[in-house]
Ligand binder design. Structure first.
Ligand code: FE2
Length: 241
């Protein structure tokens, strides 16, 4: 491979063969920070499921999380509900799994996706709050249809669509997680924390954005309908809180 094709290979991704990027976001610099692995937009579908599940499991095993958060758009076809339950079961051997749904899951049926997560031994937090004890601290992790948590040392909102930032940035969260990059996986540049040209059409096309004590982190996701990306690696996000 010559230098040009090596550089292009780092920027352009066609297909799903490259390993997932693990992006780290540090909301806390404490040595005993809780490690939340946010995995969104897996989009399990025929002929991709086993590869995607292997890649997600590999990142979970390599990043050593305390909790795995599945951030919605988990399945694109009802046939993939069984493999989703298997994936949750295998991830559960690494760390507790908490999950919410996204717009694609709503098409399949949110109850069916929830049941698959529960069958795999995960927790469904779409409309509730999980409290995770980490050392002497309690990390409260809320779903997108839950009320904001009250008593907790760290407050996290696990969401899918980043437009939730408009309201949630005023609700006392330390960290708001989202994904849902649909259609904006070709990136020309980043300006003021936003990915362009996507931000021209979609105001919350951020990578990471701080407002007061609240941080928004948007994952570029595991998969898309069209597996072509430019300057937009497929990824999971390891957040230290
Ligand atoms: Fe989505």
């Amino acid at each position: 491979m010559n230098t040009t094709s090596a550089v292009l290979g780092g920027l352009l991704e066609v297909g799903l063969k490259q390993p997932l990027h693990i992006r780290e976001e540090r909301v806390s610099t404490r040595a005993d920070a809780c490690r939340l692995l946010y995995v969104s937009d897996i989009h399990l579908r025929h002929r991709r499921t086993s590869l995607l599940c292997r890649q997600v499991l590999d990142t979970a095993e390599r990043s050593g999380p305390d909790v795995v958060l599945l951030g919605g758009d988990l399945v694109d076809r009802p046939s993939e509900l069984g493999p989703l339950a298997d994936l949750v079961r295998r991830l559960g051997a690494v760390a507790p799994v908490l999950a919410i749904g996204g717009n694609h899951d709503r098409r399949i049926g949110m109850d069916r996706v929830r049941d698959a997560v529960l069958r795999g031994g995960g927790q469904w937090i779409h409309d509730r709050i999980a409290r995770v004890a980490h050392g002497s601290r309690v990390i409260a992790i809320a779903g997108p249809e839950s009320a904001p948590p009250s008593e907790a040392h760290v407050r996290v909102l696990c969401a899918h669509n980043p437009r939730i930032w408009k309201a949630s940035r005023h609700e006392g969260y330390d960290l708001v997680l989202a994904g849902h990059l649909h259609g904006f996986q070709v990136v020309g540049g980043v300006y003021r924390d936003r990915l362009f040209p996507g931000a021209l059409f979609y105001p919350y096309c951020f990578l990471s954005h701080q407002r007061g004590s609240s941080r928004l982190v948007v994952s570029r996701g595991v998969s898309d309908l069209l597996p072509i990306r430019w300057m937009c690696p497929r990824e999971v996000v390891l957040c230290h809180v």
